[in-house]
Design a protein around this ligand. Structure first.
Ligand SMILES: Nc1ncnc2c1ncn2[C@@H]1O[C@H](COP(=O)(O)OP(=O)(O)OP(=O)(O)O)[C@@H](O)[C@H]1O
Ligand SMILES: [Mg+2]
Length: 279
């Protein structure tokens, strides 16, 4: 098994009605088991990128290899869609059944999984997103975060190798957002490869790799520390640093002796405690 589970080589894609490439000469790789964030302002090509990865659309030029399979290869279409599951922004559009358990079963019913194997898969998927107790509930009575976790379970039941999240927390309140992000982070710790599109810098800060898209191109890739080290550079692409990084920068400018590289509340807490210990 290759270590590089997603490989894009010089990929271009243009929508028929459009005059410019939505994805423009993008080359990137995602390592197996990695959690990768994709950032970029509205219209920069993020959604198009993940649709290319799971073969919903095919490149005009260049190559997309998903789990070693060329998305242009007709025989791999269904395999790729199953192995690279997608979760979207609006949980309501993704839930179809009147009972949570049936909802999780829905995707499986079209995949040829024997019906005798389904209960076990559904139980495992609900457990993985911590929704076991809600199996018999009506999806429309759940909170946004819970609905989104059911949508994730529906994909998980198909046992994908990769999960692609297109702003999966954008419509949730802060609590739901945290709940869903933590669930996905945990799935990733257990081995799932994750591509996480987001507008929330603090989420990107918790991923292993961050890619920035701008006008269809991939303009910067690196660790969160590398990517968020230069606030001015990020502003070129209409992006900001995570809130704690911005606060650290303000405090440094005011003479507080905080180091570079603070991205999260945990980082900040640690550094402030270290400062306080020296007072
Ligand atoms: N169905 C479509 N037909 C024509 N053009 C499209 C279509 N979908 C997207 N585009 C265009 O392709 C470009 C990339 O769009 P895409 O949706 O991939 O961006 P995005 O980064 O996901 O944006 P957002 O943050 O708003 O979701 C934009 O210029 C957009 O207007
Ligand atoms: Mg989008």
């Amino acid at each position: 098994m290759s270590d590089e589970i997603i490989v894009l080589k010089d990929v271009c894609y243009k929508y028929e009605e459009s005059s410019h490439n939505a994805v423009d000469h993008v080359s990137m790789t995602v390592r197996r088991g990695e959690m990768t964030a994709v950032l970029g302002r509205n219209g920069s090509g993020k959604s198009t990128l993940v649709k290319l990865i799971n073969g919903l659309i095919l490149p005009d030029s260049g190559t997309v290899l998903t789990d070693g399979m060329d998305t242009q290869d007709d025989e791999h279409v269904w395999d790729i869609r199953q192995r690279a599951g997608m979760v979207f922004q609006n949980p309501d559009n993704q839930l179809v059944a009147t009972v949570v358990r049936e909802d999780v079963a829905f995707g499986l019913e079209n995949t040829g999984v024997p019906s005798t194997d389904m209960p076990e898969r559904i139980d495992a998927a609900l457990k993985a997103v911590n929704m076991t107790d809600f199996a018999e509930r009506a999806p429309h009575l759940l909170s946004g975060g819970q609905k989104q976790r059911v949508a994730i379970a529906g994909i998980l039941a198909m046992r994908p190798d990769i999960m692609l999240f297109d702003e999966a927390t954008a419509m949730l309140d802060p609590r739901g957002r945290k709940e869903v992000f933590e669930t996905v982070r945990q799935l990733n710790r257990e081995g799932m490869t994750v591509v996480w599109i987001t507008h929330f810098m603090e989420e990107a800060a918790q991923c292993e790799t961050v890619h920035i898209m701008h006008d269809g191109g991939l303009v910067l890739s690196g660790t969160p520390q590398e990517v968020f080290s230069d606030r001015e550079r990020l502003q070129n692409w209409r992006l900001d640093v995570p809130p704690m990084a911005a606060l650290a920068q303000h405090l440094r400018a005011a003479g507080v002796g905080l180091p570079e590289g603070i991205l999260s509340i945990d980082d900040m807490t640690r550094e402030v405690e270290a400062l306080a210990a020296h007072l």
